[in-house]
Design a protein around this ligand. Structure first.
Ligand SMILES: Cc1cc2nc3c(=O)[nH]c(=O)nc-3n(C[C@H](O)[C@H](O)[C@H](O)COP(=O)(O)OP(=O)(O)OC[C@H]3O[C@@H](n4cnc5c(N)ncnc54)[C@H](O)[C@@H]3O)c2cc1C
Ligand code: FES
Length: 272
């Protein structure tokens, strides 16, 4: 409720630093005290150009990191910004990862820029390590040139069980999709909760693998992306059936969102 009243107007912030990750992905650090919760998103804009929803890629009270893929009209303009430039942000919006999963073993799986919300959750876990059990993190990238946040991944390797795999074969790296690696690893999922972020096709495949290990859909959470406009449940742009991805999500328990995604797919098939 507060967000509808106060979070609608974008505020201007300073870009502290910009790091190139790959040819089409950059990491922008923005000085801001908004501190989104892990899995929440912000609406980022340049006046006169446009606005887009982006996950928070940090859990920090003094800045927000944005992992930005140059994908189209607005993101390509944000992509050109440099340290010292100004950017506009409103939010944070949405429901992030259920932090009451404390006490459980956590299995995180992220593909491509899906690493952004997962980073925010990992940083939360680092600050609240005693509240969680065993942490296993799966990352999947196209090839070694597309590995995002390498420095962070190296640092996390010292603390967590990190499993990184590449779609394309490369010496020194595991090869294959995350779901294949999970099936090979056969982790014990008895006391685990899983959080998955990435393209829907990837999340479906990983979910199937986790199901085959005995993990139920009520222990699996998806971070969903849909086209958005308002970001807070007003415009209806982001709906999946009766659900507003921006307000009820973007993180959903899979047993809740699964029938809605299936109904939506069925309705689209009938339309075609
Ligand atoms: C909750 C949420 C979190 C996101 N987090 C990140 C993030 O951390 N980093 C990041 O790089 N991107 C993220 N995205 C995707 C990002 O919002 C889109 O890439 C962006 O809105 C594209 O805007 P544009 O004007 O540059 O592209 P446009 O010119 O509008 O479109 C370019 C292409 O992007 C596709 N597209 C547009 N919006 C979306 C969308 N919401 N989801 C998927 N595809 C889209 C279009 O269909 C088109 O193919 C997130 C999206 C959501 C909904
Ligand atoms: S983006 Fe407007 S209702 Fe979700």
């Amino acid at each position: 409720m507060m967000q509808k009243e106060t979070g609608y107007l974008p505020k201007r912030y300073n870009i502290k630093s910009v790091k190139e990750m790959t040819s089409d992905v950059k990491l922008l650090r923005v000085s801001s005290k908004i501190n989104p919760l892990p899995g929440q998103f912000i609406e980022v804009s340049i006046p006169g150009i446009g606005e887009c929803p982006l996950a928070s890629c940090s859990f920090n009270k003094d800045y927000v990191d944005i992992l930005l893929r140059n994908a189209g009209n607005t993101t390509s303009e944000i992509f050109k910004l440099k340290a010292g430039d100004k950017i506009y942000i409103r939010g944070p919006y949405g429901k992030g990862f259920p932090l009451e999963t404390c006490g459980k073993d956590i299995l995180l799986a992220a593909g491509g820029t899906g690493i952004a919300p997962v980073t925010s959750f990992i940083e939360y876990i680092e600050k609240n390590r005693k509240k969680f059990g065993k942490i296993t993190i799966y990352f999947g990238f196209r090839n070694k040139d597309y590995i995002l946040l390498k420095d962070k991944i190296l640092m996390w390797k010292k603390k967590f069980n990190i499993r990184l795999t590449l779609d394309q074969k490369s010496p020194g790296y595991l090869n294959g999709f995350i779901n294949q690696l999970i099936e090979k690893d056969h982790p014990n999922v008895e006391n685990s909760v899983a959080f998955i972020c990435g393209p829907e096709i990837m999340m479906k495949a990983i979910t199937k693998s986790l199901n085959s290990l005995g993990m139920k859909n009520n222990k699996i959470f998806w971070s969903m992306e849909r086209r958005m406009e308002c970001g807070f449940g007003n415009c209806g742009r982001c709906t999946i059936q009766d659900v507003y991805v921006c307000e009820n999500g973007p993180v959903f328990r899979y047993d809740f969102i699964k029938p809605r995604i299936e109904n939506e797919e069925h309705a689209n098939e009938v339309k075609e």
